[in-house]
Write a protein that binds this ligand. Structure first.
Ligand code: B1M
Length: 216
């Protein structure tokens, strides 16, 4: 089984979407936990791609096809990670901040939150601060969740908080932040309510925040 996960990781690194999809299906059929397939097959492959990208061993097109393979694999895992039929426990507007097109982490967070019974309003990528706020108001959402993968875009999270304050909704929404360059100190500095390092803890903390507010 470990061999299958290693092969999956290697196929992802080469951007072989069809092979990745077939291997994810095989792993599911073998009864492997979806979380194990995600972490030890898909994410470990994407991590390698990140290291090679940093060292100029692979380039943007290689990363894009690896990302496509990652998506093909996660699509199969989604129904297993998202437990069906749970009543909506709250609403979350999620998006990747302005200037940032990375969406794999954001999509994972959305998936895990859905799995906890939260309704997701996905604003997509390159989302302007005002758009986060507009969607939260329109949908009466209790949470705004921002993802950023670039050091040059993480500052946009502060702009989201300022936009929420300007629109008069800051006290009514929990603002969550995350993404590779973000940490707890940064989150505190900009006045965000919650920072979590990964998708699973983001979903757990979202529910905990709603319970604390008497919502979920
Ligand atoms: Co980009 N990229 N990229 N890239 N890319 C990084 C982020 C980089 C670290 C690569 C590197 O140099 N090693 C680097 C950023 C450096 C920096 O700012 N410090 C980088 C760069 C420089 C760039 C470009 C500028 C490259 C260029 O054009 N010269 C460019 C920018 C484009 C733009 O956004 N404007 C660019 C482009 C791209 C692609 C389009 C090719 C592609 C994105 C495809 C897509 O997303 N659809 C891409 C990719 C794939 C990566 C790497 C290789 C992988 C990112 C990823 O998906 N990881 C990445 C290197 C790396 O991270 N190792 C890299 C898997 C994903 C599951 O992890 O998103 O971190 P992540 O999510 C995690 C946690 O962070 C957390 O949960 C997830 C795990 O459970 N999390 C949250 C995320 N959001 C959260 C929100 C929360 C809570 C937790 O609460 C709300």
């Amino acid at each position: 089984m470990m061999e299958l996960l290693v092969k999956m990781s290697e196929a992802l690194q080469k951007g072989k979407a069809k092979d990745v999809k077939a291997m994810v299906q095989e792993a599911i059929d073998l009864g492997l936990e979806p979380q194990t397939i995600l972490n030890e097959g898909l994410l470990s492959g994407m991590n390698e791609v990140g290291i090679k990208f940093k060292n100029n061993e692979v380039y943007v097109p290689d990363v894009l096809i690896a990302a496509r393979a990652m998506k093909a694999g996660t699509e199969l895992l989604k129904p297993l990670l998202v437990a069906g039929g749970i009543k909506a426990r709250g609403k979350v507007v999620i998006g990747t901040v302005k200037g940032d097109l990375h969406d794999i982490g954001k999509n994972l967070v959305a998936m895990m939150m859905e799995g906890q019974g939260l309704e997701i309003i996905d604003a997509g990528t390159d989302v302007a601060p005002e758009r986060f706020v507009e969607l939260a108001k329109e949908n009466d959402a209790q949470i705004i969740a921002c993802s950023a993968l670039l050091t040059t875009t993480m500052g946009e999270m502060k702009a989201v908080i300022e936009a929420a304050t300007a629109a008069g909704i800051r006290e009514h929404v929990v603002i969550m932040v995350g993404g590779a360059p973000v940490n707890d100190t940064f989150a505190k500095t900009i006045g965000a309510d919650i920072y979590t390092p990964d998708a699973a803890s983001a979903a757990e903390e979202a529910i905990a925040a709603l319970i604390a507010r008497g919502i979920a």
